[in-house]
Design a protein around this ligand. Structure first.
Ligand code: SF4
Length: 511
């Protein structure tokens, strides 16, 4: 695609190529400045948890979006444009941009520096004293610095210790994956292989990293830094503290377009189900993946991306495999594997996991996110009683603008001001919430039309029951129901059918 032309080109020669090679060849042909979204083997073979890859390894991974590209035989989209993007108030926008950049570039005082390093050391104390709002207790500068220095891998150990991260397919705790192991997949132990940091377009946080990793078995000349979700799902969730193996698995997933959350979840599923004899040994294609030993993990992922042997069953996700092998080891909701945040740690997680139009999402909201963004402080006019609803809708608007939520999590981020300077309106926070509510309802009623009522969805019992060991207590069925009913009430959706009421439809200008 260029400024004034869209061309569809037959690209049979790209079939079977991974996304990094695809991008290299396309850039060679169409220019270094092109932006490319492509698919790898996983999507070509319609794996239901495959994603769309950009920037040689950044992946829009959730919900199997790129199996749609695969089903249309669309290997890549190459875009190049020369026109500028105009804003309503360029000088105002520039001033605000400078202010935000100054805040982000400010850094922290030397006195605060030891605090950054010590957060992992303090993790067991945070667990012991059940401090759940540890993120929002940290000064904004510290959070900014932490993102810039480590990105999301800063949090692995602390979230393992406190019970937010899943361990051993959601059955374990920090006792099974103690601090000396979780530290190996945290902070400096991940970033010591960083060659340079990396940002999405113009972002001053630059939380990404380009890494070089090598050991006796393999070398990755250029690969992306694993994110928190990846480190936990391919690490703690498998009792695997081998950072080299995580680098290798992450690199493979990024090249072939596999969601690393799903990859970790499906590996844990297979380990548990084969260990208990639910998956017969003779169906394992000679592999024997076990907890804490990554020897067979990559081979199993390769079977999935190529749909060979047991990989063909697993590529269709958890629902089919769970039914076929008669096991409850699949930690998913509606075939979407659960991400690395435990609702027993943060109960509000139940709501987006169950009710979001794309269920099993951790990004729409949680108590911690609301605290970190300083939402109530930024918008005191918004009633605190409905803060989940208001934040959820606000966040839907922010997501639809393509803005990254990590900047929001640094607190007091001026989204509203940015939006008004760009579009030249004078939107209030109430308007932003209404726009978000409209987006939510449109997605929701699409699902309703397709016969999908989220009240029919079920979370795996394991994430609601008391953990066998560790800090996570059970969530009673009545508490889960109460949370959901209260939230449906604040959404003004029917508590049985989930159909939004007439007044809500009118209020969001959908008609
Ligand atoms: S936009 Fe978000 S993900 Fe990208 S570099 Fe900035 S903070 Fe990181």
């Amino acid at each position: 695609m260029t400024d004034d032309r869209i061309e569809i080109i037959i690209a049979n020669q790209f079939k079977g190529l991974d996304c990094v090679h695809t991008e290299d060849i396309l850039k060679e042909e169409y220019g270094k400045k092109t932006q490319i979204a492509s698919i790898g083997l996983a999507e070509e073979n319609l794996v239901l948890f495959s994603g769309i890859v950009t920037d040689k390894g950044r992946i829009a991974a959730r919900s199997g979006v790129s199996a749609v590209m695969g089903s249309k035989n669309l290997k890549a989209v190459v875009v190049w444009g020369t026109k500028s993007i105009k804003s309503a108030d360029p000088s105002g926008l520039n001033e605000l941009r400078k202010l935000v950049n100054k805040r982000i570039n400010k850094g922290i005082s030397p006195l605060m520096k030891p605090g950054l390093k010590a957060s992992t050391t303090f993790a067991p104390w945070i667990r012991r004293f059940r401090i759940k709002n540890f993120g929002s207790m940290s000064p904004s500068n510290m959070i900014i610095e932490s993102y810039r220095r480590w990105g999301t891998c800063a949090g692995s150990a602390i979230l393992v210790e406190t019970g937010d991260a899943p361990i051993k397919n959601w059955k374990g705790s920090y006792i099974d994956f103690p601090l000396k192991k979780s530290s190996r997949i945290t902070g400096d132990n991940v970033t010591k292989f960083q060659v340079k940091n990396y940002s999405c377009h113009s972002c001053p946080m630059a939380c990404g990293g380009i890494m070089k990793y090598s050991n006796e078995q393999f070398t990755l000349e250029e690969t992306h830094k694993p994110e928190y979700e990846t480190l936990i799902m391919l690490g703690a969730n498998l009792l695997n503290d081998d950072i080299g193996a995580i680098y290798q698995l992450n690199d493979y997933c990024n090249r072939q377009g596999l969601d690393t959350i799903a990859a970790g979840a499906i590996l844990a599923f297979v380990i548990e189900a084969s260990e208990s004899g639910k998956i017969p040994k003779d169906e394992m294609n000679g592999l024997n993946p076990i907890w804490g030993d990554p020897k067979d993990y990559l081979s199993l992922l390769k079977l999935i991306t190529t749909r060979k042997g047991i990989g063909d069953i697993l590529a269709d996700g958890f629902a089919r495999a769970s039914e076929l092998y008669d096991t409850n080891s699949g930690m998913h909701i509606q075939n979407q594997p659960l991400p690395a945040h435990d609702p027993r740690f943060s109960k509000s997680m139940i709501l987006p996991y169950r009710l979001d139009p794309a269920p099993g999402r951790h990004t729409p909201f949680s108590e911690l996110m609301i605290d970190l963004t300083k939402f109530s402080q930024m918008f005191p006019e918004i009633p605190k009683t409905d803060r989940f609803f208001n934040f959820y809708c606000y966040h839907k608007t922010v997501s639809s603008l393509g803005l990254c939520q990590f900047n929001l999590l640094t607190g007091n981020f001026p989204v509203l001001e940015f939006v008004n300077l760009v579009i030249g309106f004078d939107l209030s926070i109430e308007d932003i919430v209404t726009i978000g509510e409209r987006i939510l309802i449109l997605k929701h009623i699409f699902n309703l039309r397709e016969g999908k009522n989220p009240l029919d969805y079920k979370l795996p019992e394991r994430v609601l029951e008391k953990a066998e060991r560790g800090p996570n207590r059970a969530i009673s069925t009545s508490k889960e129901k109460e949370l959901i009913m209260d939230f449906l009430d604040s959404l003004n959706w029917d508590t049985t059918t989930t159909v939004p009421n007439e007044k809500t439809i009118e209020g969001t200008w959908i008609r």
